[in-house]
Ligand binder design. Structure first.
Ligand SMILES: Cc1cc2nc3c(=O)[nH]c(=O)nc-3n(C[C@H](O)[C@H](O)[C@H](O)COP(=O)(O)OP(=O)(O)OC[C@H]3O[C@@H](n4cnc5c(N)ncnc54)[C@H](O)[C@@H]3O)c2cc1C
Length: 386
């Protein structure tokens, strides 16, 4: 008979789930034989995402002994933060000359899954978890292919997953609205540089709490642009224009007709310090727990959650106590948690400034303090982490 009892079950084989597994393998020898990872899709699977991998993500990968240069990616030398086409250009402060890298999520996630399998983890694809009954005495994970049992469960099943609802059954939704499409390289009429990444905050004045992005990317080796619009959606219903109309207008100024492209949408659940991150027997990681409200950056945080959740699991086994009572404190007191908390606060304030001249002033005149704030408080948390 197939094994159904494990020490640990991880729900979801995205960056949060796989990072948790790889961190576990670093700190609990032999744990891979007692862990099961359940994934409803089959890798390489489609995941709607701009693929912007910020330096923190790379730092966590390096700490796991992984080298991003093993997979195809684009290096964006500059990230432009603009209001209506004007603003500042940032690059990383680590001397690499790269602001951030752009990966494709089907390739990136499949690569991570390959690394976890090579470490000995059993990853079952095509298995959908239906419910989790969690308690400090043990958990029952019901799937479309039978029941499994574990001492501890990690809910890494993303923004639309089932585990976050278990932990926060009565929460008010705090999810960003995001649309994305892929388009060919820029027409000559575009003012954007082919290799650079662009964020334009013009939609804020229309009550959209976010920005329009235009990233370079490589789709199966072909140079492509990834366009999209992000709205943190702090005050649902307040936008005076639809996301689609705002994106269409911006793309038009670069010679694109939005109607020519396939547009997809997916929520991003952002970090809310007042929320819950665990119940006895179950802890959340990645989008299920909440990621960046300011930019919708979730890959690096998903990888960062892996370190925190793996340590919480190790401590639970050492104490034989699976209440996970201290998990929220672990998340909030981590450098990543501090950064995510600050990003939510910054987003609430910044997206509330709907006055065009003030927004233009911030991006065109306050370049130095803005760069300082971003680099010292919002990113590089993985370097600050002890
Ligand atoms: C349009 C868009 C653009 C984005 N762009 C960026 C970007 O440029 N940079 C960035 O850093 N972040 C970006 N993000 C955010 C980023 O994609 C997420 O934060 C990140 O994927 C979170 O990783 P995760 O592992 O928590 O969840 P996911 O990547 O969603 O992985 C969850 C996994 O769980 C599986 N699963 C779900 N339910 C079940 C179930 N019931 N049973 C079994 N398996 C299940 C899913 O199939 C999936 O494989 C973007 C998001 C969107 C929507």
């Amino acid at each position: 008979m197939a094994e159904t009892h494990y020490d640990i079950i991880i729900v979801g084989a995205g960056p949060a789930g796989i990072s948790t597994a790889l961190h576990l393998a670093q700190i609990i020898p032999g744990i891979e034989k007692r862990t099961l990872i359940l994934e409803k899709a089959h890798h390489p699977r489609h995941k709607l995402c701009g693929g912007g991998l910020l330096p923190d993500g790379e730092i966590v990968l390096r700490q796991l002994g992984l080298d991003i240069s093993e997979i195809a990616h684009v290096n964006a030398p500059f990230a432009h933060f603009d209001f209506a086409g004007q603003g500042l250009a940032m690059t990383a402060n680590d001397g690499t000359g790269i602001a951030f890298r752009l990966i494709r999520r089907d390739e990136f996630d499949a690569w991570l899954v390959g690394k976890a399998r090579a470490s000995g983890f059993d990853i079952r694809e095509g298995v959908t978890v239906k419910t989790v009954e969690a308690s400090a005495q043990g958990c029952v994970i019901s799937t479309d292919q039978g029941d499994f049992h574990a001492k501890a469960v990690i809910g890494a099943d993303g923004s639309k997953g089932i585990t976050r609802r278990l932990v926060n059954p009565r929460e008010k939704p705090h999810s960003a609205r995001v649309l994305e499409l892929l388009a060919p390289p820029k027409p000559d009429s575009s003012l954007h540089v082919q290799q650079d990444a662009y964020f334009d905050f013009r939609p804020i004045v229309e009550g959209i709490g976010g920005y329009i992005w235009d990233f370079p990317t490589l789709v199966k080796g072909v140079a492509t642009r990834c366009w999209g619009i992000y709205d943190a959606n702090f005050t649902p219903g307040e936008a005076s224009r639809s996301l689609m109309a705002a994106l269409a207008d911006e793309m038009k100024t670069h010679g694109y007709n939005l109607e020519d492209y396939k547009i997809e949408g997916h929520p991003i659940r952002w970090f809310e310090a007042s929320g819950e991150f665990s119940v006895p027997g179950l802890i959340l990681a990645g989008d299920a727990a909440g990621v960046d409200a300011l930019f919708g950056e979730g890959i690096a945080p998903a990888l960062g959650y892996g370190r925190i959740s793996a340590r919480a699991i190790k401590s639970a086994f050492e104490k034989n106590n699976f209440s996970f009572i201290d998990y929220k404190k672990r998340v909030l007191s981590s450098e990543m948690g501090k950064s995510l908390r600050l990003r939510t606060l910054t987003a609430r304030i910044f997206f509330g400034i709907r006055n065009a001249p003030i927004q233009r002033f911030i991006w065109t005149k306050l370049g130095a303090p803005t760069t300082f704030y971003v680099q010292n408080f919002l990113v590089y948390w993985a370097n600050r982490q002890k």
